[in-house]
Design a protein around this ligand. Structure first.
Ligand code: FAD
Length: 421
């Protein structure tokens, strides 16, 4: 039987490893392995495959068969998106771009042998490795909470069913109950994400449970788009949202998942829903590969997104430590295109252009009330450096806010097509 790339999809990992192995000796086509099929990884895989037109053999390793975007998951909590609309499959990357999609976990990287090992037992050789595993949590950042508590107190900060669970808990709150969010310390994915979430939870509660309260317990002095969010909360949800910052003990907390309590600087708060968003670090495989620093992130060379610790590895998105860009899907997608260009240059000699990056983060505060912040960036020796930026203003008229929201719908359609074809 001839094993084609199409039959490779959905076959066992053992089979996929067997397929990859003969190519090691033959060196017929350079091989790229991409770990993580999210905003960074799916984009990089697609661009490397598309632009090399068969000149590079691309394998994408991703455990889930359907990728649920974190972006717009807040809008799902607010009732503006359906859960199923957040899900995207890898079928087109396989069928139209010839990418070998392997549904498995990468569990090891041998940087000397240039191989990735998989939970299912396979070993994949690479000429270049692209890591875009997103984040993992620093559980110790929230005393009293561990991942074992994520069903009782969801984070909903990775894609998938956690958002569903959080929504169900919010909808089941008693009349006049309290939703608490333990906001994360810097740096974390999607700087406005927790505060857009508060807005969307407030929108839902205003409709179904108008006497409910929202309590934000925040270790940070200030947060992204703060003036815009606070203006919006006053306009739409007056009296509903209370934030305890570090000046009032927001950074001195203890979580009691069994009792549904949060102790803030000695004061016990009983809550009905507790959305704990812990501190973050690069996805574990980056640490396993030995390319993370003391802070838990993977430093990269801005012009190519190569690891500063291994030139054969490129790190994208949230896992990377690159400089001024926020950890966002837009950033990961932008970085992936630069990395794809660098990978093709290294493996096929294709042309390299100066790296340019961009990002915009939209947030929805209430129906048709959208705001945004964004910037352009260039690669310097030291970091990805911001060159110019923009942000919505307080007091904007309703038509502009509606247009900003509609822009975000176009962005979502565009980026998901750019990722998955
Ligand atoms: P991810 O997209 O998380 O992809 C990582 C992938 O790697 C996952 O699919 C995972 O299964 C896989 N993986 C991990 N480890 C392994 C392994 N060992 N082996 C194989 N696969 C592995 N960004 C925006 O731009 N706009 C927004 O509006 C926005 N809103 C957000 C709202 C919320 C609530 C949250 C939580 C995030 C939001 N973001 C937004 C941020 C955005 O989701 C992330 O920044 C983006 O997904 C990062 O892309 P990534 O490729 O680094 O990681």
């Amino acid at each position: 039987m001839t094993v084609t790339r199409r039959t490779f999809i959905g076959t066992t990992v053992a089979a996929s490893a067997t397929l990859a192995a003969p190519m090691l000796g033959a060196q017929a086509t350079p091989r790229v392995v991409v770990v993580g099929g999210g905003a960074g990884g799916a984009t990089a895989a697609r661009y490397i495959a598309k632009d090399s037109q068969g000149g590079i053999d691309v394998t994408l390793i991703e455990p889930t068969r359907t990728y649920y975007t974190c972006f717009f998951s807040n809008l799902y909590l607010g009732g503006f998106q359906e859960y199923d609309d957040l899900g995207h499959s890898y079928g087109t990357l396989a069928s139209d771009y010839g990418i070998n999609v392997v549904h498995d976990w990468a569990i090891g990287v041998d940087r000397d042998a240039k191989t990735v090992s998989l939970a299912g037992g396979g070993v994949l050789p690479y000429d270049r490795l692209v890591l875009s595993p997103g984040i993992d949590f620093r559980e110790e950042s929230v005393p009293g909470w561990t991942l074992a508590d994520q069903d009782a107190m969801p984070h909903a900060y990775k894609g998938g069913t956690q958002a569903k669970l959080l929504k169900a808990q919010i909808e089941a709150m008693p009349e006049g109950g309290t939703y608490a969010m333990v906001a994360p310390p810097n740096p974390y994915r999607c700087p406005p994400g927790p505060y857009e979430r508060v807005s969307m939870v407030a929108h839902t509660l205003k409709n179904i449970n108008p006497t409910a309260k929202i309590l934000i317990i925040d270790p940070k002095e200030k947060f992204s788009k703060q003036g815009l969010f606070e203006e919006g909360w006053n306009n739409h949800y007056a009296g509903m949202i209370d934030r305890i910052g570090p000046d009032f003990g927001g950074d001195i907390i203890e979580i009691r998942p069994d009792a549904m309590e949060v102790v803030v600087d000695g004061t016990v708060e009983s809550v009905d829903v507790c959305n704990v968003i812990p501190g973050q670090k690069a996805g574990r495989i980056a640490e396993i590969a030995g390319i993370t620093n003391e802070a838990g992130w993977a430093p990269v060379v801005p012009a190519t997104m190569q690891s500063r610790m291994d030139e054969n590895i490129h790190v994208l998105g949230d896992a990377s430590q690159q400089g001024d860009m926020p950890k966002s899907g837009y950033s990961a997608n932008s970085q992936a295109k630069v990395a794809a260009m660098a990978v093709r240059n290294a493996l096929t000699g294709s042309r390299m252009f100066p790296a340019k990056f961009s990002n915009t983060c939209w947030s929805l505060i209430d129906t048709d009330d959208g705001v945004k912040v964004g910037a352009s960036y260039e690669a310097t020796e030291e970091k990805i450096a911001k060159t110019s930026g923009f942000i919505s203003e307080t007091g904007e008229d309703a038509a502009l806010r509606k247009a900003t929201y509609e822009e975000s719908l176009g962005w979502y359609a565009g980026i998901t097509t750019d990722m998955f074809g």
